[in-house]
Design a protein around this ligand. Structure first.
Ligand SMILES: C[S@@+](CC[C@H](N)C(=O)[O-])C[C@H]1O[C@@H](n2cnc3c(N)ncnc32)[C@H](O)[C@@H]1O
Length: 224
């Protein structure tokens, strides 16, 4: 599959797939979007109340969400165990070209998260451990339940099979009670699929350039 490096408007890179016309992040700013959707709306509310957090990410991709989570965990001195699925990992040449390491001053960490072995939990620093698995989301099972899910699949127009009730039901069962799922997508169909499987869904302001995003909570009320 041919993939190209692109610059987004905040100066950070993303990857573009010409055959499907999709990018890994918003063209308005990759770092800006990841911080807004996944770190600020997903991770931070949980970090305020817990010392240890289990994060699950759909789509490791460039590792940007992972790197920003590592940065936040280290800064806040909170323990994060991070699990990510990725079916089509980037090549060495592709991840070495990314400018996130230089921009965030986390060059060693960017390299580490890409070079650690797949399929086992690896400690990156005292606050951050990472488990990457080259498994399709649809086949992912875990005995570990998660506090937060970063749902970063390609858009429903590109991969409709990843935005169905079945998928959201699978994600619902991966969460702890009161766990939350965040995604950049705000489509009505997606929101309704989440609600149909029991999530309590709210719309939040989107990252710059996007009107809205979704936050879905597995509240106790949903479980009655
Ligand atoms: C929007 S990109 C993720 C961007 C990533 N979170 C980042 O920070 O760079 C979607 C990712 O999902 C991966 N992917 C696509 N289908 C998948 C599947 N069925 N299971 C697991 N990963 C998949 C793609 O290879 C791609 O890396």
């Amino acid at each position: 599959m041919k993939r190209e490096l692109q610059l987004t408007f905040d100066g950070s890179h993303t990857i573009f797939i010409p055959s499907s016309g999709v990018t890994y992040h918003s063209k308005h700013g990759a770092i800006q979007e990841s911080l807004h959707v996944f770190i600020e709306a997903g991770l931070m509310p949980v970090m305020q109340h817990q010392k240890e957090i289990h994060v699950f990410e759909m789509g490791f991709g460039t590792g940007l969400n992972t790197l920003l989570t590592l940065q936040a965990a280290t800064k806040q001195q909170k323990k994060v165990e991070y699990t990510a699925v990725e079916l089509y990992p980037l090549t060495k040449e592709e991840y070495e070209a990314l400018n996130y390491g230089a921009t965030l001053q986390l060059q060693n960490e960017l390299e580490q998260i890409h070079t650690i072995p797949w399929e086992r939990m690896e400690k990156i620093n005292p606050f951050f451990s990472l488990y990457k698995t080259q498994t399709a989301l649809q086949n992912f099972h875990s005995t570990q339940l998660f506090d937060v899910i970063y749902y970063d699949a390609f858009a429903p127009s590109a991969q409709p099979e990843l935005w169905t009730k079945d998928i959201f039901s699978q994600l619902f069962s991966l969460l702890k009670d009161n766990g939350l799922l965040v995604t950049y997508c705000s489509k009505g169909e997606v929101r309704r699929a989440m609600q149909a499987v029991g999530f309590n869904v709210s719309k939040l302001p989107g990252a710059p350039g996007k009107r809205e995003m979704l936050k879905a909570i597995k509240t106790n009320k949903n479980l009655l």
